[in-house]
Structure formats: C-alpha cells, structure tokens
Design a protein around this ligand. Structure first.
Ligand SMILES: *[C@@H]1O[C@H](CO)[C@@H](O)[C@H](O)[C@H]1NC(C)=O
Ligand SMILES: *[C@@H]1O[C@H](CO)[C@@H](O)[C@H](O)[C@H]1NC(C)=O
Ligand SMILES: *[C@@H]1O[C@H](CO)[C@@H](O)[C@H](O)[C@H]1NC(C)=O
Ligand SMILES: *[C@@H]1O[C@H](CO)[C@@H](O)[C@H](O)[C@H]1NC(C)=O
Ligand SMILES: *[C@@H]1O[C@H](CO)[C@@H](O)[C@H](O)[C@H]1NC(C)=O
Ligand SMILES: *[C@@H]1O[C@H](CO)[C@@H](O)[C@H](O)[C@H]1NC(C)=O
Ligand SMILES: *[C@@H]1O[C@H](CO)[C@@H](O)[C@H](O)[C@H]1NC(C)=O
Length: 872
C-alpha cells in the first residue's frame, strides 16, 4: 500500500497531454483482451461448506449492507490501515486489514521478523512455515482479520527495484515455496493471508495512476506471465490463500485493479481462486468497470485522485450502480459471498478478537476516525504483547540465512579471543532511535529491513555491537563510515567492516532514491566501497558484513588480498546481533544461499532491466527479456557472475551421493482433462427495491464527516431506479457478457488443473558431512529440458530444494525432492495449456549446492543418476 500522492496544476496540464496518448503507447502486439463475466466463487469442494454458510447470510442482506462490506470506510477511518464496512444485523463485523509481510506495521509489542529476502536465503521450508505461524499469531493477537502479505511480486526482475526485499528471491519457485509456506502458516491460526501484488509490479517509480499520468504498463507475453510471474501466485492459491491484492501498475495498458483478463480469466477461472480480490491502496480507478472486471473489495475505499474527501467509486456509488442496473446484482452477490466465505473458511465467525491497536497513533487514546476532522475519541491502543517466543524463530531465520560468500584460509570462524576492530555505522543502532524514521524511511545504523508499508516498528534491535558486548568479545568499535585515523592497526587484529544497501517503497525518498535504487545504483551506501578499501589498506585480515535489500557490486574491493571473508546477512529484522555472532564465532556453520545472482557490473544485465524513467503519457515497461531474468539470463548470455544464484559456503563440506530417480505418475503431452466446476450458490437476480439503500434517518444522526457510507439519499436511490426503468444503458466494454463460462482447460481446482501437481518423479539423495564442523546443507534441484525442442527454454530452472538438519562430521541424511508435471511442462500459448514438450525425452535433473555447483545428474529417460558437473 502507499500514502496518497500529491498533485499540482502542472500535473493537470500533463493529464491533458497524456490522456489521448496513453492507449497508443502500449507497443504493438500487447493486448489486454476482455474476459467476462467475473466467475462466481464457490465451485471447488474444499470451500463448499464456507460458501453454504456465506450464502445464508448474503440471501438475507440488504443492498446497502452488501455494498458496505465490499469497501473500506475511507483512509484513516478506523484503527487499521484498511477497515471495511460491516453488516452487524447479520453479525458480520467490520474487517481489519493491516500491513505488512514482515510484521505488524505501526504497532507495539510486536516482533520485527526478518524480511522475505532473508527467509528466501534460508532455503528452509520449515522456517518459512514457522515464521508464517508466528506472524499469524501476532496478527490474530492484535485483532487483525487480514494480513497484507506475503509479497511474491515483484519477483526481483529488476535488481534496482525498490520492494524486491519483501519477497523471497529472484526465482519463481523460491518465491512460490516462500509464499505458499508463509500462507499455510498464517492461515493455520485463522488469519486471512493476502498474496500480492498481482502482477508484474517490478519497479516503484510511476506505479500509481494519478491525475497527471496513468500508472506504468508492464507489457509481457503470456508464456512469460505463466512460467515466471504467475507461478508463485498459482502456488499461493493452491495453498488456499484467502485474499489477493492487485498491483498498482497496468498490464498491457490495462490497470491491474480493473484488468478483466487478469482477474476474471487468469486468477478466478484458470487458477480457481475462491477467496476475494482487493485493490492496492488507492489503486482502484473506476466503479462499474472494476466491479465487472472482478474486483471484490476496494481499499481503503476512497477515490484514487484525491482521498479524504469522502468520495468513493464504490459504497454510495456501488449502491447506485446496482439500482440503475449497470452492475448486475449477481456480480455484487458474488463479491460479497466471496468475502463472507473467506471469513468462514478461516473460522473467523468463532471468537475472533477485535482490533486492540491503532495504526494511526501510539497513544492510548485518540480519535476513532482520524480522517474526519470531527471525530469522537476513545481508547485506541491497548498495548497487547503478541511477541510470545517469536524472537526464537526470528533469530533462527536471521542466522540460517547468513550467506558466506568467501572465506579465504578459513579465517572464519573467529576464535573467542580474537582481537577485533569494528568499522561502520551499520554495526550499531540508529543513534536517533531505532524507530525514529516513519516506516523506516532512512538508512541510519544497522539495516534490519527496507522502508515503506512493508516495515514494522522494532520492539528492540539486537545490533551486532550489542551482541559483541553480550559475548564479552575483545573489540574496539569505530562508529563511522569514514576510515578513522586512530584505529592503531596491529598485525593480529581482525577487522570487521559493516556496510549496507537500502531500498523501499515509492512514497518515501531516501538519500535521493525514490524507492528504487536510482541514485545508489547497485553500490553500497555511504561510501561503503571506500570504507572497505581503506580498512583493507591498513589491516591484513578483513571480514566484510553486508546488510542488503538485494544484489550489490563487490568489485571495488572483493579481490583485495586483505579481504578474506564476505558475509551477506541480508535484512535480519530485530535479531541482527546474536544471529550473526553464532556464525562469526562458529557456534553454527553458515547455511544461507543467495536468493539472487550477484553481477560483476550493471552491464551484465540486459537494457530492459534498467529502471524506466519519466515518459509523457503512460510509461511503458516491456519485458523483452522474457524468461531470461537473473540466472536464466546469465546462462543465456554466457556471463559468469561474481556469485551465482544459490551460492553459499559452510564451515564444513558435503557430498551428494546415492541419488535415485523414480517415476511416479506417467506423463502425457497434454494433462488429463480438468474436473468440471462444482455448483456455486445462486440467488435471485432481480434488482432490489430502492428502499434497501435508503439512508435511515437515525443513522444520519451519528454520521461521521467524510466517512464512506453505502446508503443513498432517497432522491438519488429513486433516480437510479428511474434511470433503469427508463432503459438508460451503461456502455459495456467489448466482449461483455453475463453468461458464466465452464473455465479454461488449464483450470479445475485451486492453483489450476490438479493433474499439473501430480508428482512425475521423486528424487532421493544422500547428503554426508565430509568436513570437520557440524552444518546444514541445501540441495537445489534444477531441470534442464531435453535437447532439440521446438521451444526455447532456459538452460536450467530451479524446481525444488531441501535442507538437511544439523549434520555432525561424518553424519548423513537422505533428502527427498520431487518434480511435478507442471515442473516439466511449458506454457503453450496456442493450446492455452501446460504441455510436456517431450514425453520420452531425457530431462536433465541436476542437483547441487548452487546453480554453478551442480554435481549430480539424474535422467528422466535413462532412469539413472551420475556424478557429473553441469556445464552450458
Ligand atoms: C499481453 O499481451 C500479450 C501479447 O499479445 C499476450 O500474450 C498476453 O496474454 C497479454 N496479457 C494480458 C494479461 O493481457
Ligand atoms: C432477513 O430475514 C428476516 C427474518 O427471516 C426477514 O424478516 C427479512 O425480511 C430478511 N431480509 C432480507 C433482506 O432478506
Ligand atoms: C456500514 O458499516 C459501518 C461501519 O461498520 C456501519 O456504521 C454502518 O451501519 C454500516 N451500514 C450498513 C448498511 O449496515
Ligand atoms: C449507474 O451508476 C453508476 C455509479 O454512479 C454510474 O457509474 C453509471 O454510469 C450509472 N449508469 C447509468 C446507465 O447511468
Ligand atoms: C584484547 O586483546 C589484547 C591483545 O591480545 C589484549 O592485550 C587485551 O587484554 C584483550 N582485552 C580483553 C578485554 O580481553
Ligand atoms: C551409497 O552408494 C555406495 C556406493 O555407490 C554404497 O556403497 C552405499 O552402500 C550406498 N549407501 C546407501 C545408504 O545406500
Ligand atoms: C579437519 O581437521 C583436521 C585436523 O584438524 C585437518 O587436518 C583437516 O584438514 C580438516 N579437514 C577439513 C575438511 O577441514
């Protein structure tokens, strides 16, 4: 989500320049095709009971009650970042929606967990789930119905993109496991998770529609959509996610919040999504059109251009558009049923707590509706401590994500008595206070998270310096980013240099970076390169510790002889210190792996991955690189990166042996036919009486100024009914119909045709610790399509991974991995289905510790596995 945008007269002039140009700006061939009607929810058997319960309430709701629950009551009009209207007569409460993916935003007594990118670096499915459970417990404990996470889009296509760190890494399968395990954890305690942002929201700048300009258009082809960007969403839907948030940007020129092809076709029909679809904050740009296109909930309720005036595209206008016949009552009934069914599906009808915190203030008492100038006041914060023992899982993740990139002469781990000189402000807390910058919109002190709506306040921050003190380590700290002249280098000293790189959301600009890393590029912040170089000129043993949102360039100092070791600690959240100590002093071996590639230069990337700057009209972002992002691109362009995707060293070594591959479900070129849709609830389609929306006289007596209400003035309600009676017609878009479709062949259940997820092969592998320290290994499984196909496929693609428990020297563990039918398929644009391009072909199933360390090859056709190094 985001704060409102400012606008100016200049903007209005641009509007007139841009409005006529916007549609022709989309490059030829990229088409936002219409897809109507919005598919009804309730056709998969795993949701039947929830839909039955919901339909009983919906059948009894009035028009004004129905439109009330589909939108927020306005920005800053309640305790949460989003607050829906209620239908208390049928005992349906106002729902509380709250950011963000790594913890409760703008609250107290909550845990600031490691960010998504850190979770991705663990390559640990159990920790992904455990963090989800802990997040769910905290959101539930504060009375939040809907958690606005996880984020699996942006995918990380653009290395400089501002919000990549909220997700799990630059690979669809890593994002998919990160997102799905998080959703399963959150929803296991009854909180509705929201997978976001659908879709292709790959940069921050120009993402929003405003008075001056339409939001940026991501133009991408159907195969790229399916094989990269949609993949993690499919897995999230398959895990039963309750809500989906549409992105700010457009796809093929049509805003995601009203893109009928994306919502109706791709999400609700093909992926079989049964929950409800919400807009991102102020991303809804129309009333009737967004409803017909499948949007179910408007957040936070206001119109996008000028919020806080008490105007909404829905609420009042939604009631009107039903009475004048423009939106079929059937569409509203479906939206309301989806929202209520999700609430039942997660069990929120049973003893669900009410909000006990306020995102707008940390005071105990305050205005109940800060968006209204005249608001009643009351108790808003009850300071409920929801942290439980979640610091433990936060610390485990922060530690098991730490990625050891380089360790010359085994300089790490450190001995307990090592004499340390510590440099860099990133080693210690922000001296102005750990929560001194709104939404973490500054880069001062230890970088535990990026900035924006995806941040959370720290209850405390265990900094590296705190943890060195707690250990009684022998260290001297120089709290500066310029090399000090008084550090008295001694030959026996070990220098620890702390450096960082930040990014965040577009509504805050930090050190000239408007979310995306425009000014910083991929360099360290605060002259970090120079600090490392200066330390390396005076000390012979230098260890560089990096807190970063994503890839950075290491070339300025990586190969200096003094730089013995480089560690990425990613974004550790509140547990930055002790997690790092456990690795530095060797209590635990590092086991994190890079969730993206580290380049040697920005020129390693194709031009299409540069940030898009200002353009008149609608900025256009065309994904000409197709499937070739991150390691897929480095392989195709035959560029050796500084560090490959998946790279990460340990204090021990592992062997991967005794691999076997076993066929399970026989493959066919086309998957078995999908199951037919079940029967969703149905309702009378007659347009309700205007009286169902009349504003009751008594309700006017407690009306809150600027609050969004769904009731209509009697005269407006009657006029709408008269328009209908007079046969006034809405200009429906091309392709508009109200006849429900059977759904495409690639659909059939949550996530798509269930046959896509049949296990085609299992792979088992013996991992043995061949070194001297206890440690955990990650086995990454990549698929290489058979040679000679008519379609181009990336050299190898990650499809599964598994992590051992701590293995003592000499100990072994057998890991199981699997390949599904979908893993071995390509999206065929003509067939509109996942096809296995070569049923008899020999798929290379490569296993290793990184994409550049693949040492075992199993063959689907040969049926055997050999130890062999992958090369292009
Ligand atoms: C965008 O246009 C491309 C090219 O015509 C098409 O393959 C793709 O399906 C379109 N995507 C969406 C979401 O409309
Ligand atoms: C809801 O049910 C009550 C009790 O059966 C009935 O009186 C009322 O008319 C119903 N309301 C609607 C809108 O269906
Ligand atoms: C809509 O929701 C608000 C906030 O909960 C409530 O005050 C109002 O009565 C609701 N309107 C209807 C029609 O139920
Ligand atoms: C019906 O009302 C909606 C909401 O105000 C409006 O957008 C639409 O144009 C109206 N339809 C007609 C036919 O006037
Ligand atoms: C730190 O190490 C130095 C050099 O070995 C030694 O002189 C000093 O006593 C140590 N300080 C502590 C607190 O151990
Ligand atoms: C692994 O393979 C080796 C030889 O290839 C064999 O000696 C050993 O028994 C196998 N171990 C297991 C656990 O299957
Ligand atoms: C394990 O320790 C022994 C004895 O300290 C040493 O000789 C050997 O090189 C070590 N092996 C590895 C893989 O570190």
């Amino acid at each position: 989500m985001s704060a409102p945008h400012s606008f100016s007269i200049f903007s209005l002039i641009l509007l007139s320049l841009s409005s006529c140009a916007s549609s022709i700006d989309v490059p030829a061939g990229y088409v936002a095709a219409p897809y109507y009607p919005a598919p009804h929810g309730g056709w998969t058997s795993d949701w039947t009971e929830s839909y039955r319960k919901a339909s009983l309430l919906v059948s009894n709701m009035t028009l004004a009650e129905k439109t009330n629950v589909t939108a927020g009551t306005g920005i800053f009009m309640g305790r949460c970042v989003g607050n829906t209207g209620s239908a208390t007569r049928v005992e349906f409460p106002s729902l509380c929606l709250q950011d963000g993916p790594l913890g409760i935003r703008n609250s107290d007594h909550n845990t600031a967990f490691p960010a998504g990118i850190t979770v991705g670096a663990t390559f640990d499915k159990n920790l992904m789930y455990a963090r989800g459970v802990a997040l769910g417990e905290e959101f539930r404990g504060k009375g939040i119905n809907i958690h606005l996470g996880p984020s699996v889009g942006p995918l990380g296509r653009r290395p400089r993109g501002g919000r990549n760190w909220e997700g799990f890494g630059s690979d669809p399968v890593l994002q998919a496991f990160g997102g799905a395990r998080t959703i399963e954890g959150i929803q296991s305690v009854g909180v509705i998770a929201t997978i976001k942002h659908l879709i292709a929201n790959e940069q921050e700048m120009y993402r929003m529609y405003n008075l001056a300009q339409p939001g940026i258009s991501s133009n991408l082809d159907d195969r790229t959509l399916h094989e990269l960007y949609l993949w993690p969403f499919a897995e999230g839907v398959r895990s039963g996610v309750g809500a989906v948030m549409m992105a700010y940007n457009a796809v093929n020129g049509s805003a995601c919040s009203q893109n009928s092809y994306l919502i109706n076709n791709i999400l609700k029909d093909e992926l079989g999504f049964q929950g409800f679809v919400m807009s991102d904050w102020l991303a809804q740009i129309s009333g009737v059109a967004s409803s017909l296109s499948g949007l179910d909930m408007s957040m936070p309720g206001d119109i996008h251009t000028i919020p806080l005036l008490g105007s909404s595209y829905w609420m009042y206008e939604y009631s009107r558009s039903i009475l004048n016949g423009s939106v079929p009552v059937d569409r509203l009934n479906d939206a309301v049923t989806r929202i209520l069914a999700t609430w039942f599906q997660l069990g929120q009808d049973q003893d669900y707590p009410k909000p006990n915190f306020d995102t707008n203030t940390l005071d105990a008492e305050g205005p109940l509706y800060p968006g209204s100038l005249f608001s009643p006041t009351g108790i808003v914060n009850e300071f409920v401590d929801v942290q439980g023992n979640h610091a433990d899982v936060a610390r485990d993740i922060a530690r098991d994500a730490i990625t050891l990139l380089k360790n010359t002469n085994g300089i790490l781990p450190l001995s307990k008595t090592a004499k340390l000189k510590v440099f860099g402000t990133d080693a210690e807390k922000n001296p102005d206070g750990i929560n001194s910058c709104t939404d973490m919109g500054c880069d001062k002190g230890t970088l535990g998270m990026g900035w924006g709506s995806g941040s959370a306040r720290y209850p405390y921050l265990d900094s590296p310096i705190d943890a060195l003190k707690a250990r009684g380590a022998n260290f001297t700290f120089f709290n500066t980013d310029s090399f000090p002249s008084n550090s008295n280098p001694a030959a026996s000293d070990i220098a620890l240099v702390f450096v960082n790189a930040d990014s965040g959301e577009n509504y805050i600009t930090v050190e000239n970076n408007p979310g995306d890393r425009t000014s910083a590029n991929l360099n360290l912040w605060h002259n970090g390169d120079k600090l490392v170089q200066d330390v390396a000129a005076k000390y012979t043993n230098v260890i560089v510790i990096v807190h970063t949102v994503g890839p950075i360039l290491l070339e300025a100092w990586h190969d200096l002889p003094a730089v013995k070791s480089v560690l990425f600690a990613h974004l550790p959240g509140q547990e930055a210190g002790e997690s790092l100590m456990q690795i530095l002093f060797g209590d635990v071996s590092p086991s994190g792996h890079l969730p993206y590639t580290i380049p040697t230069s920005e020129d390693n990337y194709p031009d299409s991955l540069d940030l898009i700057g200002f353009e008149l009209g609608q900025p256009q972002d065309t994904f000409t690189e197709g499937l070739y992002v991150d390691y897929r691109h480095f392989h195709k362009a035959n560029i050796t990166p500084r560090y490959a995707f998946g790279h990460g060293l340990s204090y021990t070594t592992f062997s991967f042996t005794n691999a076997t591959i076993t066929p399970v479900t026989p493959l066919t070129s086309t998957p078995p036919a999908r199951p037919a849709k079940g029967t969703p609830p149905s309702y009378p389609t007659a347009i309700p009486a205007a009286a169902e929306a009349y504003w009751p006289a008594e309700a006017k007596t407690y009306r809150i100024w600027r609050y969004l209400y769904s009731w209509l003035e009697k005269a407006d309600a009657d006029a709408a009914a008269a328009d209908l009676a007079a046969g006034k017609k809405y200009p429906y878009p091309p392709g508009y119909t109200t006849t429900q479709k059977p759904g495409p062949p690639a659909g059939g259940a949550q996530g798509g045709n269930p046959a896509l997820f049949d296990t085609a092969y299992t792979v088992s592998l013996r991992v043995t610790n061949t070194g001297n320290a206890t440690g955990r290994a990650v086995a990454q499984l990549y698929v290489q399509f058979p040679p000679g196909l008519a379609v181009d496929t990336p050299a190898v693609q990650l499809r599964d991974f598994a992590k051992t428990g701590p293995l003592a020297p000499g100990a072994s563990q057998t890991l199981q991995l699997r390949l599904t039918r979908k893993d071995l398929s390509v999206w065929d644009v003509a067939a509109q289905n996942w096809l296995v391009p070569s049923v008899a072909g020999d798929y290379g199933v490569w296993i290793g510790e990184a994409v550049d360390r693949l040492g075992v090859r199993c063959g689907s056709a040969t049926g055997g596995c050999v130890e062999k190094a992958f090369s292009l």
